[in-house]
Design a protein around this ligand. Sequence first.
Ligand code: ADP
Ligand code: ZN
Length: 742
Amino acid sequence: MPTSDSLQQALKQYFGYDSFRAGQREIIEAHLAGRDTLAIMPTGGGKSICFQLPALIKTGITIVVSPLIALMQDQVTALKENGIGATFLNSSLSYRETQQRSQAILNGTIKLVYVAPERLFAEQFLEFLNIIKNSIGIAGFAIDEAHCVSEWGHDFRPEYRQLSRLRQIYPDVPVIGLTATATERVREDIAQQLQLQQPYIHIASFNRTNLYYEVVPKQGTEQSYINLLQQIKRSQGSGIVYCLSRKRVNEISDRLREDGIDAIPYHAGLTPKVREENQTRWIRDDVQIMVATIAFGMGINKPDVRFVIHYDLPKNIEGYYQESGRAGRDGEDSHCTLFMGYQDLETIKYLIAQKVDRHTNEPLEAEQRIAQQQLRQVVDYAEGAICRRTILLRYFGEGFAGECRNCDNCLTPKPMEDWTVESQKFLSCVARAKERFGAGHIIDILRGSLNKKILQHGHDQLSTHGIGKDRSLDEWRQLSRSLIHQGYLTPTTDGYAILKLNDRSWEVMRGQKNVLLPIEREAEPAIASEREQTPDRSVDVDILFERLRLLRKNLADEQEVPPYVIFSNATLNQMAERQPTTRKDFAKLSGVGDKKLEQYADDFMAIIRQHHEKYPPAETSEDDYADPKQKSVAPKSKISKASTQRETLAMYENGADIDEIARDRGLKPATVWTHLVQLIESGYAINCDRLVSPERQTVIYEAIEAIGGDSLRNLFDHLREEYTYDEIKIVRAIWQNEKEPL
Ligand code: ADP
Ligand code: ZN
């Protein structure tokens, strides 16, 4: 058994990480000690290393069972990139390929073999396993996405049920199960189904501290689209926009593209080929945004998803947590935004009411009830005025004190309004209708409706009939839900059905308690957009980051792998900040192991050295982070908001011309010109000779000196229309900068 120190060394050597994340070490030690293990960690918690590191340390081969081909490929690619022998066997391979891979396994160059469960129990493979056992040895079985074994989970796969046979055939080989599914029932089921022997169980917290949660009200189709667009424009990096239906996916992705956003669709109605293409383009950062139904995402391991927007209401919290959880696997700050619309709510309710038995056409009442209850939990989350994390974690049985400082409710608490009088009207109406009706009917009474149901029950005769005409339907609905959330009304368990009074209701009616109603904020989440920035970083670090990112993208394209497989954003950020120029320093970056050092250090350091020609690094002692604020040539004003300008600039500095930049970035050339003008205006020294020849610069400069820089039009005329507006703008920006240093 290796010492703790040697475990840490192995972690650095193979994966480039300096320390274990919470739980990883304990799980690895248990597995290395030959114990069965169950690791329950949220998405991004770092499950893979829990079986990959032991696999490298132990003799023999580790068999990894994984349900999806995409998942297998992804992990194998990432392992190979770290110089680790890994392969997968599944139905996508030809006979020949399978033979070749089997040979490689027996040659001993492979440490991890990924297989699909159905393949595992094919006669041939069982024989092959036996050969492995007798020649090289089987180090362990890792069951990824272990919740697939449970019917109680959200993703049951019958093939997983057979996995208990592993125990019977190989009673001495330790099994490790891994999953991100939290409910207790599923956990117990996994241990039982896999026949784990007195397993070491690790349950990590499900709190994803790097995720910012927010809810934005939907305000009409047009306005909510604009809100979505703004939200996306404020965001950087990869994102997913989830919609409820295929039609919506198409609509939204089309519109976003028309508005100059780099988005593509994904849903089950597209051909498998198109789906796969779109997925690959998104994973490789060829497009920024995937607009998708929830058919998208399972098995996607992209670690640098910066935002997940639910443009339509999700159907349950578990799904919402999984889907939104695809953001920020790499631990960097990311956004989860939910658009809450009452129209969507009605649509989903309608769909639930349509759930009928396929054969008898009878309504599936039990299912409908569960679905209604789940929907109510979503609404509780969306309308809640307390810390979003508290609500989410409570759902998974985890207590959380609140005040997370990383959700909209914590950062900008909703303003509260006193709705005591309206609440009294509502509650006494419930009482007068004898606690036998739902919110819809109560609201009808309050608003003075004379519909059939009202007349039938004689409710037009109630003293509360028509006393609530001054409030809108939506306002009453919101109040009724809030009364339930705040415990002033008790609904019967099935969804929203019948409202009952309780002790607290009477306190309100007797005037002993005031009811406050949270008022929806405007859709502008100010704090959220600020969080996206890295305001402490100077522009030259950002520019270096962009240049490193471009190099990463080029290297990734050469190898046809996703960029994150080469280096994560976290590694790239560290690289841009520390700017190592020796192998020794480069090796210290988190995420740089032996293999990556050898393969990439020179390329990336070449960019850093080039960068230093223009921006000499500040004097720092060997181990310091270079303090960006001390950079000698840091421009005078911060433009860190303008990530898109930075991207343009990085490309320009890498030698691209305006048209190339425009084409590559899907922008108009005019926009690229504007970027450069703005950069100059904000104090940044760009060599413009490639934009406007030095001779032409001189002529324009003299013209500005002669007649001033106030009117572009006058300058254009003065120069007898021989110079373009773009050229004039560039030179004018330089001139202004020299005249009035910021
Ligand atoms: P999960 O399978 O639990 O969703 P992964 O195993 O894919 O998570 O890990 C998520 C991300 O965290 C990956 O980019 C991985 O390389 C990174 N990671 C895992 N362990 C560590 C660690 N100890 N230090 C730094 N990064 C880590
Ligand atoms: Zn919070």
